[in-house]
Each structure stands twice: as structure tokens, then as C-alpha cells.
Design a protein. Structure first.
Length: 207
């Protein structure tokens, strides 16, 4: 199995649906409070992606996925904003996050907006995935000593058809390889890489 990159085309100047705009204005206020009080709750690994941009990319991604493979999972969901947007876009959606404070805040955000996505505390790396990294690696995603979230929810990564990740610089190769090995055939990986940079990959058969 291999990954093939799929060109993504979308118009990010389009207006956001009102429920997404409302969610994002709440998220902006939440993030502002988090940064203002960062010294009280210093979580070094949290950085937010560009939510409106990801909304448009996600809509374009959904249009490219088969209807029977549209369950969504976010690797390291932080405050759960992208997971919430995936649910608003009509997907069954799960976010996995290792930091208990962020899990709590994400749960509260979802409740405030009556969003029925799920936030799971745990590791987004499937069991054994850390062995793909070479032993010198200091990838941010390897720092969390919490068990994989999949097992306690009786599922596997291969049950999801759309994966979203915002990796730390330098670990994108590692996360792509984890996806290549553990995701279902035909699954899509949407990766935010930085301002106006987003990539989409599909896992396909063959070499
Ligand atoms: C760069 S932030 C991205 C947050 C969110 N996805 C977004 O795009 O706004 C990465 C998040 O992943 C979480 N994280 C990193 N490695 C993880 C792991 N192995 N398992 C679960 N969460 C992880 C961090 O705690 C952090 O909240």
C-alpha cells in the first residue's frame, strides 16, 4: 500500500455557514483566554490551525470520499474545533487528545454548541506505531505516555475514512507513515502544514 497526494481545490473566500461562524467566534474567545492565561496551563504542544481555511479544505475532502468511508478522526484535537466542524459538516466525528485539560475544554465547547461529536482522551498513535520512528527521533507526538485511545473505544484507526492532523514541523513524514501502515485502504489524510498550506493523501493499493 502507498499514499498518493490528491490536489485539493477550494475557494476559501466563501462565507462560512452561520453555525460554523458561531462556533469559531466562541473558539476565538476560548483561545484568547488560553493564551492570556498560558502561564497557568502551559501546554507547549498546542498550536491552532487556521480553522476557516480547514473548514473549506474539509468540505472539498468530504466531496472526494466515498459515502461509506466518511467517519472522521482528528489526531491531537486540542480544543476540538476541527472535530466540531467535521460534525457540523455532517460526519460522525471523533477527536483524540492526550492533554486532559484540552479534552475537558473540547468537551465543554461541543456541549455549548450541542455538537454530538466525541472527544477521546488518549494517544492517537495506534499501538506499536512508535516503533516506526527511529530511536533518535524527538517527534512531538511521541512524548505522550498515554495508551492509544482506539482500544478503549473498541475500534481501530482503520474504522475511519478521513483523518485530520496538524503535525509539528518535521514530524509530517512520521505521521504519513503511521497513516500508511494503519489506516484503511482508500482512507484520506488531510494535513494542515501551516498558513495556506494543506495537503491531502489517499491510501491506495499497489506499490
Ligand atoms: C499542533 S496542535 C494541533 C491542534 C488541533 N489539531 C488544531 O489543528 O488546531 C497538536 C495537538 O496534538 C496533541 N498531541 C500530540 N501528540 C499526541 C498524541 N500522540 N496523542 C494525542 N494527542 C497528541 C497535542 O497535545 C496538541 O493539542
Amino acid at each position: 500500500m502507498r499514499l498518493t497526494e490528491i490536489p485539493l481545490q477550494f475557494d476559501d473566500s466563501q462565507e462560512l455557514p452561520s453555525e460554523v461562524a458561531t462556533l469559531l467566534s466562541d473558539a476565538d474567545a476560548l483561545l484568547q483566554r488560553f493564551w492570556d492565561d498560558w502561564y497557568k496551563q502551559p501546554i507547549e504542544q498546542y498550536v491552532a490551525c487556521d480553522f476557516p481555511y480547514v473548514w473549506h479544505a474539509l468540505k472539498a475532502t468530504i466531496a472526494m470520499q466515498d459515502s461509506n468511508q466518511r467517519s472522521f478522526i482528528e489526531w491531537g484535537c486540542g480544543f476540538g474545533v476541527v472535530t466540531a466542524m467535521a460534525w457540523l459538516a455532517g460526519l460522525p466525528a471523533v477527536g483524540i487528545e492526550a492533554e486532559p485539560f484540552l479534552v475537558e475544554e473540547a468537551d465543554k465547547l461541543l456541549k455549548r454548541h450541542a455538537i454530538k461529536a466525541e472527544i477521546w482522551h488518549g494517544n492517537f498513535l495506534p499501538r506499536g506505531a512508535e516503533t516506526i520512528a527511529d530511536c533518535q527521533s524527538d517527534y512531538a507526538s511521541l512524548f505522550h505516555r498515554v495508551p492509544p485511545a482506539y482500544l478503549s473505544h473498541d475500534c481501530e484507526l482503520s474504522d475511519f475514512g478521513i483523518v485530520f492532523a496538524y503535525p509539528w514541523p518535521g514530524e509530517d513524514h512520521f505521521l504519513r507513515e503511521v497513516f500508511r501502515r494503519y489506516a484503511a485502504e482508500n482512507a484520506l489524510l488531510l494535513m494542515f502544514r501551516g498558513p495556506y498550506q494543506i495537503e491531502l493523501f489517499r491510501k491506495v493499493g499497489g506499490r
